[in-house]
Design a protein around this ligand. Structure first.
Ligand code: TYD
Length: 349
């Protein structure tokens, strides 16, 4: 491993991964490939501009095979780490088209390139959402994939392609299934940065349903370290869960977040639940721990670091919370009861 292509490297986890890897490995060189959709943002990489081993940023789509091949040849890439994806569940519920295209077809293109150009490795970043909701116990890697949202289904589809390419062509592909991430540079449509930035501005925090849903929130750099461990010590053809044992109820996360900001609980506003909302995710990450991984942050530490970063970096998120973002906010939150009725066709007949 020498020259790594980080697809989706201008997004939240991808940009954190690049920063982490540049520090960890003084001999690796990196190229970022990113289409710069609404979540891809060169501000996420601004502090890395001019770094001698961050060779280039190339704007491109993972669905565009000639463009992917070109960047691979030009920079003598031997390893691809794929973060490129549409990721927001609520958007997938309203319109799944881009999810199927980028997450499924895009992963297929990367697999083809890795196969035909005989690269050393494709590492594919997946999600715990492929297991569907987990009411009892914790998911292990051999569990059935029971995706329930269009987003989760698109990621499960990508994973099945990875498996098939490994089985059929012996493509050296590894997969990680990460739990919910929090940390710097997360687009403020995910719950934690949405609630932090709303609370800073004394705006309501829209809690879906009863707020008793459970998520294993993890600090993004712990996730990045898990991917690093799998890249170096994982077995091709295998998938690895990356998540903490600690699980958090959304409302408890919200209370702690408000306390950290010194804001009142009266900002909480219960709103119509997400259709098909997965009640709980829970990961058993023993397989990865056996390779030497252990998360470095508790949930409380992760949330505090995240809150402080958003407080200190208003320059980053204030410009995002305009334009496209406002339109999204209006669509998803303004009349949520009517939106959800419309989506579920509950009015039909
Ligand atoms: P999210 O950040 O969208 O991640 P995911 O759905 O992929 O787990 O949401 C995390 C949790 O927060 C999830 O249970 C849904 C809930 N949530 C809200 O209560 N209100 C919101 O406005 C959003 C975006 C999410």
């Amino acid at each position: 491993m020498r020259n790594l292509l980080i697809t989706g490297g201008a997004g939240f986890i991808g940009s954190n991964f690049l920063r982490y890897m540049l520090e960890q490995y003084p001999h690796y060189r990196f190229v970022v490939y990113d289409v710069l959709n609404y979540r891809g943002n060169l501000d996420n990489l601004r502090d890395l501009d001019g770094h001698p081993r961050y060779l280039a940023f190339v704007r491109g789509d993972i669905c565009d095979r000639p463009a992917v091949e070109k960047v691979v040849r030009e920079y003598d890439v031997d390893t691809i780490v794929n973060f490129a994806a549409e990721t927001h569940v609520d958007r997938s519920i309203i319109d799944a088209d881009a999810f199927i295209r980028t997450d499924v077809y895009g992963t297929y293109v990367l697999l083809e390139v890795v196969k035909d150009l005989r690269l050393e490795r494709l590492h594919h970043v997946s999600t715990d959402e492929v297991y569907g909701e987990v009411l009892d116990g914790s998911s292990v890697e051999t569990d059935k994939l029971e995706a329930r949202s269009p987003y989760a289904a698109s990621k499960a589809g990508a994973e099945l392609l990875c498996q098939a390419y490994h089985t059929t062509y012996n493509v050296p592909v590894t997969v990680t299934r990460g739990a919910n991430n929090i940390g710097p540079y997360q687009y403020p449509e995910n719950v934690v940065p949405l609630f932090i930035t709303n609370a800073i501005d004394d705006l309501p925090l829209p809690v879906y349903g009863d707020g008793r849903q459970v998520r294993p929130y993890q600090y993004v750099l712990d996730h990045c370290q898990g991917i690093d461990v799998v890249l170096h010590h994982g077995t091709p053809g295998e998938a690895y869960n990356v998540g903490p044992d600690q699980e958090t109820v959304n409302l408890d996360m919200t209370y702690l977040l408000l306390d950290l900001l010194g804001k009142p609980r009266s900002l909480i506003q219960f709103v119509t639940d997400r259709p098909g909302h997965d009640r709980r995710y829970s990961l058993n990450s023993d397989k990865l721990k056996a390779l030497g991984w252990e998360p470095a942050h508790t949930f409380e530490q992760a949330l505090e670091k995240t809150v402080r970063w958003y407080e200190a970096n208003e320059w980053w998120w204030r410009k995002i919370k305009s334009g496209e973002y406002k339109e999204w906010y209006r669509r998803n939150y303004e009349d949520r009861a009517a939106l959800v009725r419309e989506l579920r066709a509950d009015d039909a007949g």
